[in-house]
Ligand binder design. Structure first.
Ligand code: GAF
Length: 371
């Protein structure tokens, strides 16, 4: 095997936490995520043949080799499919070596897969001078995940990984991908956002996610609307009899979550963190009871955080495991962490991991080396 030469382009992209607006990106709603400081880096080098080689800095001898002509949606494999899928969706026709590094926690529901896709995408776009906008890259990386890897995700994770800015949450309108930055400086108010990785299984690929999407779509068909974005609570309640129980509950979450997200933007601009915390907790209750995607570990983390003084707490991401967030005073964070760790131990759950992050910048090219 030929050696790895120095890269032409180095690019990186972050994971994300969603403040509020969960499971509504595919219903064309508003979401309010921010990029975390944990990032994935892709080092890329052009080849003069059609070969693709992918490896991770953590396992340098474990090289996956493919070729441009072999790229096909639905291919079997591991994490490298997220890289190959992006090469495929961007329509790259030349060989490339890609080495991946990074510190986005895996399996924690913090979008390590979007970080990987977006680092590769922005690197390829730079290296081949494709001139793709961040919006185009978001759609192409989503296409890679949907079609190549086969995960029916929405557009939120890739969008925020690409378009986020430091110091702000990103209000994303998932109907047209327009964005508004909302300043998000918790530290100045003596607050912190604790991320609690429950280490419980994240089952996005397992079909429950697709089932939620289908229930939302069948509700739309019955109500003769294009998406749940076109519905309000009063109409949903008036038309309750045209939906089955499952469709009603899923639509109820989506419609109420869209309203909560817009309200969260208002209170965030006013620095009313008590109101923000209340909305965050309401989001959790809705995801738990209407959307039914929480689990014992997430509920425990949320309940214990609230019992120990958090202003708000909720599960984040796809659900069925992964992470929760808790908005709390900086002085309360240690007590909350200790109480959650203790509660997890008593319940015989896996040991939780704790992270925190300021809102960070989106994907970028770090270096372009001329040769
Ligand atoms: C996952 C998906 F990838 C996103 O598109 C989004 O639907 C999220 O779950 C739930 O809000 O992260």
């Amino acid at each position: 095997m030929s050696e790895w030469l120095s890269p032409d382009v180095i690019a990186s992209a972050p994971g994300r936490v969603n403040l509020i607006g969960e499971h509504i990106d595919y219903s064309q709603g508003f979401v309010l995520p921010f990029a975390i400081s944990y990032r994935t880096t892709a080092s890329l080098r052009r080849r003069d043949d059609q070969v693709i080689r992918v490896r991770s800095k953590q396992r340098l001898d474990d090289v996956v080799t493919s070729s441009i002509s072999e790229l096909a949606p639905g291919s079997q494999g591991g994490w490298e499919r997220y890289v190959l899928g992006v090469i495929w969706s961007l329509g790259i026709k030349e060989g490339v070596d890609i080495e991946i590094d990074g510190d986005v926690p895996l399996g924690a529901g913090l979008s390590s897969s979007a970080a990987l896709e977006c680092a590769v995408a922005i690197g390829l776009s730079e290296m081949f001078s494709l001139g793709l906008s961040k919006k185009e890259l978001a759609l192409l990386t989503q296409k890679a995940e949907n079609q190549y890897v086969g995960v029916p995700c929405g557009i939120m994770d890739q969008s925020v990984s690409l378009m986020a800015e430091a110091g702000a949450a990103l209000l994303l309108d998932c109907r047209d991908l327009s964005t508004t930055l909302v300043p998000f400086d918790l530290g100045a108010s003596g607050l912190e956002l604790l991320i609690i990785d429950t280490q419980a299984h994240h089952a996005l690929v397992d079909g429950e996610y697709a089932k939620r999407r289908q229930a939302c779509e069948s509700a739309c068909t019955k109500l003769q609307i294009a998406s749940l974005r076109d519905l309000d609570l009063a109409t949903l309640i008036a038309d309750r009899d045209s939906l089955n129980d499952e469709e009603f509950k899923r639509a109820h979450h989506a419609v109420s979550e869209m309203a909560r997200t817009l309200e969260a933007v208002v209170v965030l601009r006013q620095k009313d963190f008590v109101a923000l915390g209340r909305l965050i907790t309401q989001s959790h209750v809705s995801l738990r009871d209407d959307y039914e995607i929480s689990c014992a570990e997430l509920n425990c983390a949320v309940d214990v955080a609230l019992a120990h003084g958090a202003l708000g707490a909720r599960m984040v991401g796809g659900g069925f495991g992964g992470s929760a967030i808790a908005l709390a005073g900086q002085s309360q964070i240690e007590e909350i962490k200790g109480a959650i760790a203790e509660a997890f131990k008593s319940a015989s759950f896996r040991e939780p991991r704790f992270f925190t992050s300021l809102p960070s910048e989106g994907a970028k090219v770090i270096k372009r080396l001329d040769r």
